[in-house]
Design a protein around this ligand. Structure first.
Ligand code: ADP
Ligand code: MG
Length: 291
């Protein structure tokens, strides 16, 4: 591509909400055949809201109060959903000490002298807690696309909390167009597999890697590249930075974390996935020198 054609594409991109930081990433996009997409905040709005509270050893008011106490120490989007939901439902205010966030799993702390943990099945396993009958409730909620989190208090399953995160308007349409253009689409998420599969089905995505850590996302990209693919990765979170950096083309949501934007060659200013098609058109025009 000529410097002039790149300048033209960069200017057109800026008008369309596609920021091109790295001209080589733009050039490489035309040849991409696999697109890896993060779920939360990339395919979905990333603004989850509390939908269900299920009582276990504690009643639902206490479940919500304990969960919110733990999440007040967290900056995860799930934490915001839970603290706001607790306030809206008038849950009692409890204080947690000895707070710890466990990346990709959940949060732990001490509430009124008792150990408490809120998070996924992996966190419960780490804590030696058997979710019992709550596991079935979690599975049913996950099948509807909800993210479910178990609460444990003093080593016992105390309850369950679920949140919903809507898919972005235009996401399904963007996926259909990208598939029609011949791209293989893979969803990669730290969320549980049943939840990921439900959201993927809503979007027409049939390849899903769930329960993956930030390092796993990076390894997935590296694995696809090693298999001879040209890989683009789109993501919004701190946990997507390794994969964005590993990809032939990193595409960050401008609505996401700074570190994601800094790790990517291209940024979709408003996080609108249809702009991936715009970026791809710009790339192809640049490579064929058509203006
Ligand atoms: P994603 O890739 O969807 O952004 P993460 O890797 O951040 O997800 O987290 C994976 C899973 O770990 C979440 O779906 C949730 O079950 C659990 N988890 C992570 N952080 C928290 C938290 N602050 N509170 C409760 N659960 C959490
Ligand atoms: Mg995300």
């Amino acid at each position: 591509a000529t410097p002039m054609s790149i300048m033209v594409a960069t200017g057109r991109g800026a008008h369309a909400g596609v920021l091109i930081r790295d001209a080589e990433a733009l050039e490489r996009l035309a040849g991409v055949d696999v697109l890896v997409l993060d779920k939360t905040g990339t395919l979905t709005e990333g603004r989850p809201s509390l939908t269900e509270v299920v009582a276990g050893a504690l009643d639902d008011g206490a479940v919500l109060a304990h969960a919110a106490a733990l999440e007040r120490g967290s900056e995860h989007p799930l934490a915001e959903a839970i603290t706001a939901g607790a306030e809206a439902r008038g849950a009692a205010r409890l204080e947690a000490t000895a707070f710890a966030a466990i990346t990709g799993k959940g949060v732990t702390g001490t509430i009124a002298g008792r150990t408490a943990a809120l998070g996924n099945a992996a966190l419960m396993a780490d804590q030696g807690v058997d979710p019992g009958a709550l596991a079935d409730r979690a599975a049913a909620l996950q099948a509807e696309g909800r993210t479910a989190m178990f609460l444990a208090v003093d080593g016992h399953a105390a309850g369950l909390i679920a949140v919903a995160d809507k898919v972005k308007p235009g996401a399904a349409e963007a996926i259909a167009h990208l598939q029609a253009a011949g791209l293989r689409i893979v969803m990669a998420t730290g969320d549980a597999e049943p939840t990921a599969l439900a959201v993927a089905a809503e979007l027409g995505i049939d390849e899903v890697r769930a329960g993956v850590s930030p390092e796993d996302k990076g390894a997935l990209v590296a694995e696809l590249k090693a298999a001879g693919h040209r890989v683009a990765m789109a993501g919004d979170g701190v946990n997507d930075a390794p994969a964005l950096a590993a990809a032939d083309v990193g595409i960050a949501m401008g609505t996401g974390a700074d570190v994601a934007v800094e790790s990517a060659g291209i940024t979709l200013v408003k996080g609108d996935l249809t702009r991936i098609l715009t970026a791809r058109r710009l790339s192809r025009a640049t490579m064929s020198n058509i203006r």
